[in-house]
Write a protein that binds this ligand. Structure first.
Ligand code: PEP
Ligand code: MN
Length: 349
């Protein structure tokens, strides 16, 4: 990575770029308000950083040892990323709330939930159409019934969200569905189980729509960020990182599905400039913990929440135990709004 002086001229910047290219490498130029940062793509051992550092206009030339650089906080010369999707913003001053069912089940179900979560204060609608399931005999989502069923469900999700002013997010479970889903969804979700699927990450990175990447339940933070880099390396920086609980280290936690890693929130915000949200639903696996874990996440600085919600949680085809009602969602949204104000105030002082 080459950090230019604030006063560097266009000619000096171009000279540095030409020098890097002359070694058979590529560049990714980030033009901040204050300074320009030039990222090197390719095997940087081919180039001498000491020589680059001596070029006019160069402030610093640093080999990046970390496996993530385009998403690293050093790379963004100006500020934190705000991912803008239709009228919603992820990473701004207000926590964003993504809500909806685990799975889209029918047209009536998704339209009713969309209306109720929007009234409760949600900003973005979620709903799985291709569901990752442990058992091949469980409901796999409407998408698994063939392309025409998948398109129908995608249309319902998109129309339900947009009718109530919400962008929509749904999971891309496999490469073969990536483009199909991108025709309808505003945000492409990569589920926990696919966090390590580098081909899928590159594929959604290339599509260019915002990507919501969930941490694998066994992944270290470093692994999580290293794999997020696969999306960024395709030139796509609209990445939302989602903490959703990790596996316990010892015998297990028989009281909850996973352990919510709250420390991951400020750590990732220090390491990167990307927004970080929390999914307390899959972490807890039970509806009575969602309020507390949502509050804790926002207090820890999360930029938003993704919560499974259903008008009749017990009727949910999938993950019924963790779904909450739109009324409960409303209480959470009110509560975390207050917590965010206090946390922001003290964090700034
Ligand atoms: C989901 O959000 O629908 C989901 C399946 O979650 P995860 O990938 O975190 O298990
Ligand atoms: Mn679920």
């Amino acid at each position: 990575m080459i950090i230019m002086e604030k006063t560097a001229t266009i000619e000096q910047i171009n000279d540095v770029i030409d020098e890097v290219i002359s070694f058979g490498l590529k560049v990714d130029v980030s033009q901040g308000e204050i300074r320009t940062v030039i990222g090197i793509i390719g095997d940087e051992r081919r180039i001498s950083f000491a020589d680059l550092a001596l070029m006019p206009g160069v402030k610093e030339a640093i080999p990046v040892e970390k496996s993530y650089r385009f998403i690293g906080s050093d790379f963004n010369a100006t500020s934190r990323r705000i991912v803008k999707v239709r009228d919603a913003q992820i990473g701004g001053s207000e926590p964003v709330i993504i809500a909806g069912p685990c799975a889209v089940e029918s047209k009536e179900q998704i339209f009713r939930i969309a209306k109720e979560v929007q009234t409760a204060g949600a900003h973005i609608l979620r709903g799985g159409i291709f569901k990752p399931r442990t058992s091949v005999y469980s409901f796999q989502g409407l998408g698994s019934k063939g392309e025409s069923e998948a398109r129908k469900a995608l249309e319902w999700l998109r129309d339900a969200g947009h009718q109530y002013g919400m962008p929509v997010v749904t999971e891309v479970r496999g490469e073969s569905h990536a483009e199909l889903i991108a025709e309808y969804a505003d945000i492409l979700q990569i589920g926990s189980r696919n966090m390590y699927n580098q081909d899928l990450l590159s594929r959604v990175g290339k599509i260019g729509k915002p990507v919501l990447l969930k941490r694998h339940f066994g992944a270290s933070i470093e692994d999580f960020l290293s794999y997020a880099e696969y999306i960024a390396a395709e030139g796509n920086r609209d990445i939302i990182l989602c903490e959703r609980g990790i596996l316990p280290v010892s015998k297990g936690n028989s009281y909850a599905r996973y352990i919510l890693d709250l420390e991951a929130i400020p750590i990732i915000q220090r390491e990167t400039y990307l927004p970080v949200i929390v999914d307390p639903s899959h972490a807890a696996g039970r509806n009575d913990l969602i309020f507390d874990m949502s509050c804790a996440s926002i207090a820890a600085g999360a930029n938003g929440l993704m919560i499974e919600s259903h008008y009749n949680p017990r009727e949910s085809f999938v993950d019924a135990k963790q779904a909450i009602t739109p009324d409960a969602l409303k209480d959470i949204i009110t509560g975390v709004g207050e917590i965010n104000k206090i946390a922001t105030k003290y964090r700034q002082e």
